[in-house]
Design a protein around this ligand. Structure first.
Ligand SMILES: O=C(O)CCC(=O)C(=O)O
Ligand SMILES: [Fe+2]
Length: 315
């Protein structure tokens, strides 16, 4: 028997309407747990509590520093595709080695970044607001997924904030909801677009089905795009010039932030947060405050790993 069934149910039996209304803001959910046949699993791992945010869920009641049973790892791997962002709370400081071990649940690590001398592990990207401590200005050139410049963009990104400043959020946007929120005309135009990365090495469809969930998603980086091609591979194929490229990138930025950023979850980091993200399903950017000086907001240090992509984006 599974340690827990992974079925989500409301903590309190809220009237249906209430639950629907709350699910846009903060619905509290708890995993329906069952007793394990052997009692070897730490008690804390038998109850994981999920709290619904605009995108993703908060997860409590698991200690990633301890050995996590295989069936829970399997459930986490399912849940990350379902919720896109697992915001695992109260993990204290997870070492670089353990961060890498946890990342390996999701596949092989791929590290394309500058290796800062203070990085706790060669596969952990150390990002900071102080260049003595880590790399500055990461994720500030525009909304993006990680590894959009690769033939197979990274499948997962795994974040852990080891020094939490007073402010310095990371903003996340669910890409299925973004595509589905487009007007029919805009969606039809985006569906005709292909993009090239900044080094002009790959051409990828802008909109394509997520390889696992089949939900619509986009492959993009608003700060690292070479250009776009309309109707790639057809007789109508046409590349955009710099002006049109800039217009499309601006339109994408506006679509992400429209209606007072209603699609966006701006994550205010707390000590011990550990976030597992389905990188192909979630766009993100570091907010401007992430670069405020240590003297104003305190030291910000984010550790991040990325998992080698398995899929070439295709229509
Ligand atoms: O610093 C952040 O909030 C995110 C930076 C980023 O884009 C990344 O680590 O991939
Ligand atoms: Fe990023």
């Amino acid at each position: 028997m599974n340690v827990w069934s992974g079925r989500l149910c409301p903590i309190r039996s809220l009237p249906k309407l209430n639950l629907l209304r709350l699910s846009r803001t903060f619905t509290i959910l708890i995993l329906n747990c069952q007793r394990s046949a052997d009692n070897s699993v730490p008690k804390a791992q038998k109850t994981m509590e999920y709290k619904q945010a605009p995108i993703g869920v908060e997860v409590r009641g698991i200690d990633l520093k301890q050995l996590v049973p295989d069936n829970i790892v399997e459930q986490i791997k399912i849940d990350v595709h379902k919720h896109r962002l697992l915001i695992i709370k109260d993990q204290g400081i997870v070492s670089g080695d353990r961060h890498v071990e946890i990342s390996q649940w999701f596949g092989e690590l791929e590290s394309t970044f500058y290796k800062h001398p203070k990085s706790p592990h060669p596969d952990v990207f150390r990002v900071s607001n102080d260049e003595e401590e880590g790399c500055r200005n990461v994720g500030r050139s525009g909304w993006h997924i990680d590894g959009s410049f690769m033939e197979k963009p990274f499948s997962f990104a795994i974040y852990h904030m080891v020094s939490v400043p007073k402010i310095g959020n990371t903003a996340f946007v669910p890409l299925k909801e973004l595509v589905e929120s487009l007007s029919p005309e805009t969606r039809a135009r985006w569906e005709r677009l292909w993009r090239t990365d900044h080094q002009l090495q790959h051409i990828q469809p802008l909109v394509y089905p997520h390889p696992v969930t089949k939900d619509p998603t986009i492959c993009f980086h608003l700060g690292m795009t070479g250009g776009f091609v309309w109707d790639y591979g057809t007789d109508e194929e046409r590349s955009t010039d710099r002006r049109e490229t800039a217009q499309i990138l601006q339109e994408m930025h506006q679509e992400i932030t429209k209606d007072n950023s209603r699609l966006i979850h701006s994550h205010k980091w707390e000590v011990g947060d550990f976030i597992i993200s389905d990188n192909l399903a979630v766009g993100h950017e570091a907010t401007p405050e992430s670069q405020l000086p240590v003297s104003k907001v305190g030291l910000r240090v984010l550790h991040r790993t990325t998992i080698k992509g398995k899929w070439i984006p295709k229509k």
